[in-house]
Write a protein that binds this ligand. Sequence first.
Ligand SMILES: Cc1ncc(COP(=O)(O)O)c(C=O)c1O
Length: 391
Amino acid sequence: MGYAGLNPMTWMDDDLGALRERDRLRMPSILAYRDATHATLEGREVTVLCGNDYLGLRHHPELLRAANHATNEHGSGAGASRLVSGHLSFHQDVEEYFARHLGAGSSLLSASGYGANVGALAALLSSDDVVFSDALNHASLIDGIRLSRAQVVVVPHNDVDALRKAVRATTRHRRAWIITESLFSMDGDLSPMAEIEEIAFEHGCQRYVDEAHAIGVIGPEGRGLCHGMANPPDVRMIGFGKALGGSGALLAGPGSLRPWLWNHSRSFIFSTGIAPGPAAAARRASDLIASDPSLLQGLRTNIAVLHQALNSVGITTLATHPAVPILPVIIGDDRRAVEVGRALLERGYFVHPIRPPTVPVGTARLRITVSAAHDPDELRAFAGVLAEVLS
Ligand SMILES: Cc1ncc(COP(=O)(O)O)c(C=O)c1O
């Protein structure tokens, strides 16, 4: 090959231009938050209705105090991979706490839910395994499965009959896994956990469930959809970045899960341990949710208020469950979704439009989320403005 000269990577600009052309360009908005649900965006005061801080906890003084205390006591970071010198007494305490809190044999912290899913799945599955993966599973589940090279059967979303059929039809494998989310982030529906348990029991499948959006809001004291099941899933991923108001995650499972992942999960072995601050905040958040029922009550009231307000102006959402704070409104066309998002912004409401590839083509949507921190009157006013914008 001859000398070709320096490549200034103009192909990147071409690619970005093509995405812009198709209304698929992703750009983060810059927000300056005043509290859990109000921010300044592009010089405008807006009410945010697309975050995952469902309980409005990330500015809660108790969480800030817990995070600051842990940072002062144990440092701003773990200082190394935990297997080297970054396994602090603090990590040990938080993991024991969460194992008890979730009724699990053991738990293992991770600096992110993405890393937890990719690292755990790439380790737990192998090319000798078969995976039944819900069609709407999160990118981190898909990527972990891909890395493992397991045989994948994508099952239509929440379709129990299709799952049963697929499991029955598959024979040659070392282990079979059913992998799903418990509360789906983009559709706001719950997974049929009892039926999945039954199928797993009949066919000896293992279950891996991502509780990222359910934790803090669903189940007894917000301990997740799987909490209290006679036979909970083998592995649960608990995210700290949504209702728990922080960042990081945790994998919960049998007693052997933690030492097994120490030895096999590359995102654990080759990554710095979670910083003390976020882990302490997540622990404090779990305690608060369990000890103060008014938090969940406030959220449920606000969900009911928005449901009712949207209903009264004739707006249909995908939401079906009264405890789920995600109320998606399907727009369909990408450009229209962007226009609706922009029109809302001009009227003081921020709902980031979600487009493919995050959601299937033709289902661009407003993923409206409710927080306990919203004012009910503000939710009612929003419904009226949305109706006006959509008309
Ligand atoms: C269902 C689900 N799983 C995993 C993740 C990744 O978690 P994290 O943000 O902690 O990386 C997310 C979103 O961020 C999610 O929505």
